[in-house]
Design a binder for this molecule. Structure first.
Ligand code: ATP
Ligand code: MG
Length: 437
């Protein structure tokens, strides 16, 4: 993509309304624009990251045996009256009437609708287990939307629901989702801590929140110090080993029962990026959902439900990965892998070299943002640092004469002078490969 043709409105000044670094950087780097309280437009660069996060979430879930579908954002309130949650959600749920005076709501979550889809089509225990998910916009009329996309009113969520013929099987799937969530967050460049949590309004008997540690998190988390070593790359553990480590959210942390000695225990703020629940029969009881068992008798269906805050994840990733210059995107979610900077757009030799590198990067399958504008060098460098692409490749008149370009790693700040071919080679070597289908 040529910057001269792109739409990238960068802000020089810190927006006064943004209190935390991820919100500030998302506005300044031209990722989002606020439209009303808790409502955002996703500008082209932000949308590219959102798409990548969505793809990773979806691919990992499909690998774990889940099946994707899509439900509408609007629903009739009838099913919510049946489940008994019509009143429970109160003012968070946005309700309105259509032209026929039928009451609709903008989905805050979709247990009722998915249960209704399930009971329409699934009649036998032989069709179980089944794990269905969607990635769709949700609306919750939060009392205090804040921190940009971290607590929006409209937000993008992965919501998954599983159906089982026994509690034992639902528990097995709960562990499967637990592992899949760690794999997802790892691929997004994050270290997540699964903490035992209160299952709140959704109900059920077992629940874990997936927290990413960050100064600006809204939850307080207590955890085994091993998690810090995992994050810093000093310790490698399997998901099963991780499950054994102590971690608890504020409400459930009990110093008397905590196996980690008080002087070793760590506590920090966390951002909740995912939440899984073992539901049991809460919804299938309320909505009367049975399948037939092997003897043709009715069998009550067991459920689990699993959420991921897809749009919130962008804020969490930035909180975990930035410096004073701007964002540092992990390779797997970076909107482009490399920013190619033509230092002298009005110099014929320099432009010829930059164009040649641009087309070779394209051929090598590297997503490139090519700054072909005639802005000042200072503006170009500051802009590239701010938007945080993993690599910067600088083509200047002096280097071109001797056949070299400068390659900068955004994360380490390391700069090297290399030949055109080597620069292209190095960048394409770290470009994330697509998962085989
Ligand atoms: P929170 O405790 O942060 O209000 P929740 O427990 O109400 O979240 P869930 O119903 O578990 O949220 O939703 C699944 C995921 O959706 C959460 O783990 C979170 O990452 C995300 N999420 C929830 N509310 C919002 C919001 N207002 N804005 C952005 N993401 C959200
Ligand atoms: Mg929650």
């Amino acid at each position: 993509m040529r910057l001269s043709k792109f739409f990238l409105p960068l802000l020089k000044e810190n927006p006064v309304e943004a209190q935390i670094v991820s919100h500030r950087l998302m506005l300044r780097a031209g990722l989002i624009k606020q439209e009303a309280s808790g409502l955002y437009s996703w500008l082209p660069l932000g949308l590219r990251v959102l798409d990548k996060v969505e793809t990773i979430v979806s691919e990992e879930l499909e690998k774990a045996g889940c099946v994707r579908l899509l439900m509408p954002t609007l629903q009739s309130t009838d099913l919510w009256k049946e489940s008994g949650r019509y009143d429970a959600l109160g003012k968070e749920m946005l309700r309105f009437n259509d032209r026929h005076e039928r009451e609709l709501l903008y989905s805050p979550t979709c247990e009722e609708m998915i249960v209704n889809i399930f009971r329409t089509f699934v009649k036998s225990y032989k069709q179980l287990p089944l794990n269905l998910f969607q990635i769709q916009w949700k609306f919750r009329d939060e009392i205090r939307p804040r921190f940009g996309v971290m607590r929006g009113r409209e937000f993008y969520m992965k919501d998954g629901y599983s159906f089982h013929s026994s509690l034992e099987d639902a528990t097995r799937e709960y562990a499967n989702m637990y592992d899949a969530y760690h794999a997802i967050f790892k691929r997004l460049g994050l270290t997540s801590i699964a903490v035992a949590a209160d299952s709140g309004a959704i109900g059920g008997n077992l629940s874990h929140e997936f927290q990413v540690l960050a100064e600006n998190g809204e939850s307080q988390v207590y955890y085994d110090p091993a998690f810090d070593d995992i994050r810093d790359g000093k310790l490698n553990v399997t998901s099963e080993q991780m499950r054994e480590l102590y971690a608890a959210a504020d409400e459930l942390h009990d110093p008397a029962k905590c196996p980690v000695p008080a002087d070793k225990l760590r506590t920090a703020r966390g951002i909740e990026v995912g939440h899984i629940f073992l539901l049991g029969t809460k919804y299938t009881d309320a909505m009367n959902v049975d399948v037939t068992d092997a003897d043709g008798k009715p069998l009550r269906v067991q459920m689990g439900t699993y959420g991921i805050g897809v749009s919130r994840l962008l804020g969490a990733i930035i909180e975990a990965s930035h410096d004073e210059g701007g964002i540092i995107w992990p390779e797997n979610v970076a909107p482009y892998q490399v920013g190619l900077i033509n230092m002298r757009a009005n110099d014929e030799e320099c432009t010829k070299a930059a164009e040649e590198i641009y087309s070779k990067l394209h051929l090598a399958g590297v997503e490139t943002l090519y700054d072909d504008t005639d802005d000042s060098a200072g503006k170009k460098f500051a802009g590239m640092d701010l938007i945080g692409l993993p690599w910067q490749l600088v083509v200047g008149p002096r280097g071109v004469k001797s056949g070299v370009v400068e390659l900068k790693n955004r994360k380490t700040g390391e700069k090297v002078e290399v030949s055109f071919a080597e620069a292209i080679e190095r960048v394409s070597a770290t470009t994330p490969k697509k998962l085989a289908a």
